[in-house]
Design a binder for this molecule. Structure first.
Ligand code: PMP
Ligand code: GLN
Length: 379
């Protein structure tokens, strides 16, 4: 057929996970845990399935999960969202991002994207008729955002600025000063903010998650896109949400109703109960802090260099001291030859900038992490 999407290939996560499976490599590439979620959560899903909660959920999600999300968001961040018309349950953050683009983009509208960028962002923009305008974050500058550069990219076509905090793959987190700069930048404009916060609870060294929507001047223009997958070790359940003011949520729901309509009912009831106990999500912070620390500790004897991730369950490492091979080729070769799969960072840049950095996912049991580090230390 004549492809409508000639520039879109297969996501790196599928490519590397498939290669890891074929070669039997330890899979530290795609971001998913290799351990199970809480047995309590599984029991709850079972319970609600047996209770007969197996038909379509309401289009925006069942009310109890929207209510508990509203409560949690207020308790943690002081942000108020009305469960009736400002919270929508969707099929993972991937859908939240896609639907947001469908809802707001007119043909040729521009979205400012920070690269390295999570790989669904640009296709979601382009499939909806928009254009990505890049702000390139550099390893030399510790991937910090230069807000003057962002300012210089704004045109009369700019429809939104898309942020990720904690960031995948760099692990960087937005600071209050970033959020203040963003607020100053969009003041007196109609620019939307889209904030991908799937790793909100996976944040280290005592940092506090800061959402742009916590800023009084930004909340009215922000779509917060979240996911239950990372927090609860349930990436395969594909459940997420979008928080946005009434008018924005109304447009969001117009698109959501025709894309998936609604999401699996028993999972929503299970999360609605599970979220009532704050420790069920707050404990994940310490859980991943320990994993990050152990992984870095086990890499100590290696020739890799790294800056500890501030958040997310990814650790980037530079292999400059080992080889100058292109990162993509190296990720493939090491998967085959040393049996450790990773993600090459160049795939997250439009121009495939190669900083000689690989991303390792440490959402893996200690045995796998130690074994992988042992192999990496031999390089
Ligand atoms: N955004 C980021 C930054 C991610 O890392 C991921 C991957 N899990 C997603 C969005 C997609 O989330 P979900 O699986 O809930 O669709
Ligand atoms: N977010 C995961 C990662 O960054 C992958 C999710 C996916 O495969 N779509 O590895």
């Amino acid at each position: 057929i004549s492809s409508k999407q000639p520039n879109i290939g297969t996501t790196i996560f599928t490519v590397m996970s498939q290669l890891a499976a074929e070669t039997g490599a330890l899979n530290l590439s795609q971001g998913f845990p290799n351990y199970n979620c809480s047995p309590k959560l599984i029991e709850l899903v079972n319970h609600y399935m047996k209770m007969g909660m197996n038909q379509y959920a309401p289009m925006a999600g069942i009310m109890p999960i929207r209510e508990i999300l509203a409560q949690k968001t207020f308790d943690l961040y002081g942000m108020t969202y009305n469960p009736n018309d400002e919270i929508t349950i969707v099929s993972g953050c991937t859908e939240a991002l896609y639907v947001t683009m469908t809802a707001i983009l007119h043909k040729d509208d521009e979205v400012i994207v920070f690269e390295p960028a999570y790989d669904s962002y640009v296709p979601a923009i382009e499939l909806n008729g928009g254009k990505a305008v890049y702000v390139t974050l550099s390893s030399e500058n510790d991937f910090a955002i230069n807000w003057q550069e962002v300012q210089s990219k704004i045109t009369n076509k700019t429809k939104a600025i898309l942020l990720t905090t904690p960031h995948n793959p760099t692990g960087k987190c937005l600071t209050q000063s970033d959020v203040d700069s963003l607020a100053a930048l969009v003041k007196n404009t109609n620019i939307f903010v889209i904030s991908d916060e799937v790793y909100e609870h996976i944040i280290f060294d005592g940092r506090k998650h800061i959402s742009p929507a916590m800023h009084a001047d930004l909340k009215e223009r922000t779509f917060v896109c979240g996911s239950f997958g990372k927090t609860f070790h349930t990436t395969g359940w594909k459940l997420g949400y979008c928080l946005a003011p009434k008018e924005l949520s109304a447009e969001f729901r117009k698109a959501h109703q025709w894309i998936t309509f609604s999401c699996p009912t028993p999972f929503q009831y299970a999360f609605a109960d599970f979220l009532k106990e704050p420790d069920n999500y707050l404990s994940v912070t310490q859980f991943y802090q320990e994993k990050r620390d152990k992984f870095i500790h086990w890499l100590r004897g290696s020739r890799f260099t790294l800056t500890p991730a501030e958040g997310s369950f990814f650790q980037m490492v530079s292999y400059k001291n080992i080889t100058d091979e292109p990162d993509y080729d190296l990720a493939v070769r090491w998967t085959k030859e040393i049996g450790v799969a990773s993600i090459p960072i160049s795939v997250f840049y439009a121009d495939k900038i190669d900083n000689k950095i690989l991303r390792f996912c440490f959402a893996k049991d200690d045995e796998m992490l130690e074994k992988a580090a042992e192999r990496l230390c031999k390089l």
